[in-house]
Structure formats: C-alpha cells, structure tokens
Design a binder for this molecule. Structure first.
Ligand code: PLZ
Length: 452
C-alpha cells in the first residue's frame, strides 16, 4: 500500500514496546504538565510523542505504537509525510507570513483552486481559508446568513462542529463540550439525525429526512432557514452513517426551500471515506463545504468552499483573519493534495475498509458486546452495548480503548453515549501493521468482553 518503509529517514513501521506504558520519560513529562498545563485540556494517550511517521507514533521512551487515530483524522497522508516535509521546509525558508489580507501569495490561490476543483459539483466555486475547523464552520454560518438574508441554522442530534461560542451552539453533546460555557448563540435549531442502529428498525433515509423536515417546517419555518448544516458521516457523534437517501432528501428540500445545504466535511474529507469527500457516496452536491484536518497533513488549515454567487454575496473585507491560509500551511496542503492524488489515497482508504470491515464483523460475531459495525473507507467504528440490548456501554469502551493503548495500538472513542470505538488509520498505513493492530484488537476483546 505504501513505500514508506523504503524511504530513508522515516520511522520504522513497527509496533515495539520497550518500557511499561507510560515509560519513565513520559511520566516525568506528565508531572511537569500537571504544574504547567491547564487541567481542562485532556489527552487520550498516557505517552508523550517524540517522532511519528507513516502509521506509527514513537514516544519519548522509544516505544513505537500503531496509529489508528491519525491525530483525529488529520494525518491521512501519513505523519511527517516526506512530500509535506519538503514543501514546508522550502516555504518556511522563503517566507513564513505576510498575512494574505496584507500581502497575498500564490499558495493561498492555488489551495483555493484545488478545493474548487475537488469538492463535489462542477459549478463555479470560490473558497476562503481559515485556521481551524470551528472557524470554517463559523464562516459557513456567516456566509449562509449573508447570502440568504435569513438567520436560522438547522443542525442534528449527535452533531459536532467545534468548541467556539457559535460552534458550541451547533454541537449537540453537553459534556465535555458545552457544560457551563453558555449562554450560546441563538437561531440554531436541532432536529433528529438518521441513526440506523438507534432508529426504528427499517426506517429509511427518506423517512428519517421527512421526520426532520416536518420539525423544521412546523417549528422554524422553511422561509427562515439560511442553511442545513450536517456531517455526511458524523465524527465525534460516533461515526453515524445516515440511512441511504437521507442526505439527498435534505439537499432536495434545501433546494426547494431556498436554504443552503452545508456539508461539514472536516472529519470525512480528503480521501478519508474512500472518496475525496463523503458527500460523493450519495451524489450530494452541497452549496457550501467546510474542510480542515486532512487538508494539510498536520499543519493547521481550514477552508470554506461554495457556490461562487453564495460566497461572493459577502462584502469585501467581510471574511478574513491574521493567519487564515498561512503560507506554510498552504504549501503543506498543496503537497498533501498532490500526494493524495498521486498515491490514490482514496483507493487506499477503500483497501483499508476491505481489510478492516470483515475483521470487525467477524469480531462482532464472536462477542455479544458489539451492537453495530459501521463506517466507510478508513473511518470505521464499533458501537458497544450491553449484551442483547442497545444500551450503551461507555465503561467497557474506555476499558477496551485503554487496553489497546497498553498493547501499543492507538484507538479513539466517540459517540454521544461514549460507547463507540473508532478507527482512523493514516491512509498510508502498511497492510502488515493494520493486520497486527486488528490482531491486538481481537485479543483485547477476547480478554475484556464476554464471548457469545
Ligand atoms: N467539524 C466534523 O470533526 C473536529 C474535535 C476534537 P477544529 N473534531 C475533533 C475535540 O475534542 O476538540 C471537528 C469535526 C467536525 C468541526 C470540527 C472542529 O474542528 O479544527 O477542532 O476546530
């Protein structure tokens, strides 16, 4: 799947534990951290990172862990991907910052051109660049309101869109994202998501859309809706893949109602799900698309891309920011996108699905605690429940995730109920490494979860 192993100067692609986890140097850093870093900022792993490359993360004690997290779906192209490193080196030596609003440069323009080409739909598009996913989402709301002269934004149960004040209002889950941080922005309305595992059995995507649309029409009013904002596959909410037909029905309703369909592709974008963007799986063409994470191979960059007439409804100077589209991040993005194209990383994501999904389904057959296996491409998850029910088991999910860490496999959890174990391997991960990680997962489940 990758030739990283043979590239000089990269990290050995292996799982290797040489100390207990966390080792002595990680423990020392943890104690320094306790005296310096705000306790509100948490970390999933107990180890501190020294290097990372391809599909592994190496800690300060020399332990090498298999990465099934990609820094939350960011290092799709691999950690410290050689092409990205070279591009960043060249740019950082040329100039680090001018502020695009002061002294513009080609990299920003070129990233926007790429985004306009790659995002779904062949209509005329424009893009603007920002620093974080939350900032891109905030700007999507600003543009949607300005372009439609309407104010209501529709969001969904289990949605995650960020942690800033406006995006906290858009995000569904209270703990840890919102609790005590209000008051929140107004004119945000939440409707039910299509969640096949938890909806009435047999509910179609069209029926789930009708349920949401009925609430929008009766409680908000179609004429007040500026935009319907949705993750085509929910990320933090638990890798919820809506029933087929749900997204197209919502996009259709938007078109008929004069509302904008806004796809938050921040977690699903950049080949993660086996296509450049997850909207493509159902042929949905959003009016606005937010991107971040995978776009720049680990450097902070985010974007809003949309119909030219929608984007350009905003007055000049209406969008911007000091660092938005930083030249180093743009250079990284151009190298990342080029690498994704040249190495067909969308195909790599589909190959990861072909390896992982059957193994996860086989695991589900053996244990009574996996209620659902789902996802697309290299965005896959299992939802853990008490045997024979759909009752979430967050405690077991955490225990299993931690046991994977202790065995040198980086896993993440997600979900409104904290009971989803999710897998987001770098798309360049080697087949052997992926298989080894799945073997570890099997062993951890065998130890911690009752067999059927
Ligand atoms: N929209 C769909 O997944 C970020 C958040 C982790 P930022 N998801 C990871 C955490 O606990 O903070 C995300 C996302 C979707 C927006 C965002 C926000 O992106 O770059 O974290 O601001």
């Amino acid at each position: 799947m990758t030739d990283l192993l043979t590239e000089p100067g990269t990290v050995a692609q292996e799982r290797r534990l040489v100390t207990e986890l966390p080792g002595p140097r990680s423990r020392e850093l943890a104690s320094r951290r306790a005296g310096a870093v705000a306790s509100a900022v948490g970390s999933t792993l107990p180890i501190y990172v020294e290097r990372a490359g391809g599909g592994v993360v190496v800690d300060v004690d020399g332990n090498s862990l298999i990465d099934l997290g990609s820094g939350i779906a960011v290092t799709n192209v691999g950690n410290a991907a050689p092409e990205v490193v070279d591009a960043v080196r060249a740019q950082v030596a040329a100039f680090t910052h001018t502020c695009f609003m002061v002294g513009p440069y080609e990299g920003y323009v070129a990233v926007c051109e790429e985004l306009n080409r790659l995002t779904p739909g062949d209509h005329e598009k424009r893009s603007a660049l920002f620093n974080s996913g939350a900032e891109a989402v905030e700007n999507a709301v600003k543009v949607a309101r300005q372009a439609t002269k309407r104010s209501a934004i529709i969001v969904f149960d289990h949605a995650y869109h960020g942690r800033t004040n406006l995006t906290m209002a858009l995000t569904a889950k209270n703990m840890p994202y919102k609790n005590g941080f209000g008051p929140f922005a107004s004119e945000i309305y939440r409707v039910p998501m299509s969640y096949p595992f938890r909806d009435e059995p047999g509910m179609t995507g069209e029926q789930a859309a009708a349920r949401a649309i009925s609430l929008i029409e009766t409680q908000v009013g179609a004429a007040n809706v500026a935009g319907v904002l949705i993750e085509p596959i929910q990320g933090e909410g638990g890798f919820v893949v809506p029933a087929p037909g749900f997204l197209p029905a919502l996009a259709d309703w938007c078109r008929r109602s004069g509302a904008l369909f806004i796809a938050d592709e921040i977690q699903t974008g950049f080949c993660r799900t086996g296509q450049w963007f997850a909207s493509e799986h159902e042929g949905v063409v959003p009016d606005l698309v937010t991107t971040a994470k995978g776009i720049a191979g680990g450097l902070p960059l985010a974007a809003l891309t949309g119909r030219a007439e929608v984007m350009d409804a905003v007055h000049t100077g209406g969008l911007g920011g000091t660092y938005g589209g930083n030249p180093v991040a743009c250079a990284a993005a151009l190298a990342t996108i080029r690498t994704m194209r040249e190495r067909d990383l969308a195909g790599a994501a589909r190959a990861i699905e072909a390896t992982m999904l059957p193994r996860l389904k086989a695991l589900q057959e053996r244990t009574a605690v996996i209620g659902d296996v789902r996802g697309r491409g290299a965005m896959l998850a299992v939802e853990l429940v008490r045997p024979g029910t759909t009752e979430p088991d967050a405690e077991l999910t955490n225990r299993i995730s931690k046991a994977c860490h202790a065995q040198g496999v980086i896993t993440l959890t997600a979900g409104t109920f904290g009971n989803v174990l999710r897998f987001l391997p770098p798309l360049v991960i080697g087949q052997d490494l992926l298989t080894e990680a799945l073997d570890v997962l099997d062993a951890v489940f065998a130890e911690h979860a009752p067999a059927r």
